[in-house]
Ligand binder design. Structure first.
Ligand SMILES: *Cc1c(COP(=O)(O)O)cnc(C)c1O
Length: 377
């Protein structure tokens, strides 16, 4: 039934196609997770909800592989987690060294400047990892409080090795901040072993929950840096000294209304990750990436990134000469209900970004895409 407003504009009930999600996120969501999300609401301070939050905290610790007490979920997409980490750790005048080799490194750099930080950067061409030697060189001329880097650059398909740069951060007593949005629950990532001080993730990539939440964790050193701040965090909403009262402690005070339904979904999505087992999940992402790679290469398509730095969950392939990027993606969506991603920034029109994330990392997805692409090309 169409509903009409006082201006005569009519609103039909929306209807969407059943899409096959193989872009850079959101990935597909299992019916168990969708069912959990449809659970009738309870209050966001209901003791039963607080129990669910406690479970989620503990599942964030398990999947980040950390014992950090300050591990929870901020309300907002993964960009909220990024901004929460940076603006809580940086005060005006503090130096931050940001590693930039794609869209998300650039986003972090922009945030540093907006919160009054002094931006230093190390860059690599899009499609290449950051070279630890360049970080070492940069550290000769600055003394950053924070060094930040993206583990999986979703805009280019690069998997960044972290351990050497973590060691450099430690050697100059800087806090090491890692963007794990794409890699969380998709490739090996160990927050404590690799001495990461602040890490944030997303829900709509390899975790396969709906978008809108961001799991984060802070090391003891990071929480000390927050406690030692001389100025207030500019954002009231993202000030962790306030947010943590809702997630931890005995009071569990109101801060903002927690997104109850999204958290129901996240709880079930994390349970499914643990049920599969992290190692098995990493292995599945790697295996399916290799199957897709073989199929794409048989069709003559080439990857953007050198083999050993490829993200298994985000396959960046070069668009062949003479092929119209937008036409192909439109056809995939219209005729086959398949969504893949296009390139961003300097890679616009040059690559396709094929996601094999979480529920979307399956042999069936690979076959559906390969046969559709064969028909279209
Ligand atoms: C998707 C993504 C983000 C941003 O996530 P949103 O949920 O869109 O805010 C940040 N970093 C990386 C590496 C991503 O892939």
């Amino acid at each position: 039934m169409k509903i009409q407003d006082t201006m005569g504009i009519k609103y039909d009930q929306f209807s969407t196609n059943r899409r096959i999600l193989m872009g850079p996120g959101p990935s597909e969501v299992h019916p168990r997770v969708l069912n959990a999300m449809a659970t009738p609401l309870i209050g966001h301070l209901d003791p039963q909800f607080l129990d669910i939050m406690d479970d989620i905290k503990s599942m964030v610790q398990a999947t980040f592989d950390t014992r950090n007490n300050m591990s929870f979920v901020v309300s907002g997409p993964a960009t909220t987690g990024m901004e929460t980490c940076l603006i809580n750790l940086l005060e005006p005048g503090d130096e931050a060294l940001i590693c930039i080799n794609g869209v998300f490194g650039e986003r972090m750099a922009d945030m540093v400047e907006r919160c009054g930080g002094v931006l230093k950067s190390v860059e690599a061409p899009w499609g290449k990892p950051i070279d630890p030697e360049d970080v070492r060189t940069a550290l000769r001329s600055c003394k950053p409080k924070v060094i930040a880097i993206v583990h999986g650059e979703t805009s280019t398909g690069v998997l960044q090795p972290l351990e050497e740069i973590a060691g450099l951060a430690k050697s100059v007593d800087a806090l090491f901040v890692v963007d794990a949005v794409t890699t969380h629950c998709g490739v090996d990532l160990r927050m404590d072993d690799w001495e990461i001080d602040a890490m944030y993730a997303g829900t709509q990539k390899c975790l396969s929950a709906p978008p809108g939440l961001s799991p984060i964790s802070m090391s003891y050193r990071a929480t000390q840096a927050i406690a030692d701040r001389k100025t207030k965090v500019q954002s009231w909403f993202m000030d962790l000294s306030l947010v943590q009262n809702y997630w931890a402690g005995s009071r569990r005070a109101y801060h903002h209304t927690g997104p109850v339904s999204a958290m129901f979904a996240l709880h079930e999505a994390y349970r499914m990750v643990l049920e599969e087992g992290l190692e098995n999940r990493y292995e599945r992402h790697e295996r399916n990436h290799l199957i897709l790679k073989e199929g794409l290469e048989e069709m003559g398509l080439e990857f953007l990134v050198e083999e050993k730095y490829r993200l298994p969950m985000l396959n960046a392939v070069k668009i062949p000469d003479g092929v119209d990027d937008r036409k192909v993606r439109k056809q995939l969506l219209q005729d086959y209900n398949i969504e893949i991603g296009g390139g961003m920034g300097v890679l616009d029109g040059k690559i396709w970004r094929i996601g094999l994330m979480g529920e979307s990392s399956s042999i069936n997805h690979i076959h559906m895409l390969l046969s559709a692409l064969k028909k279209i090309l």
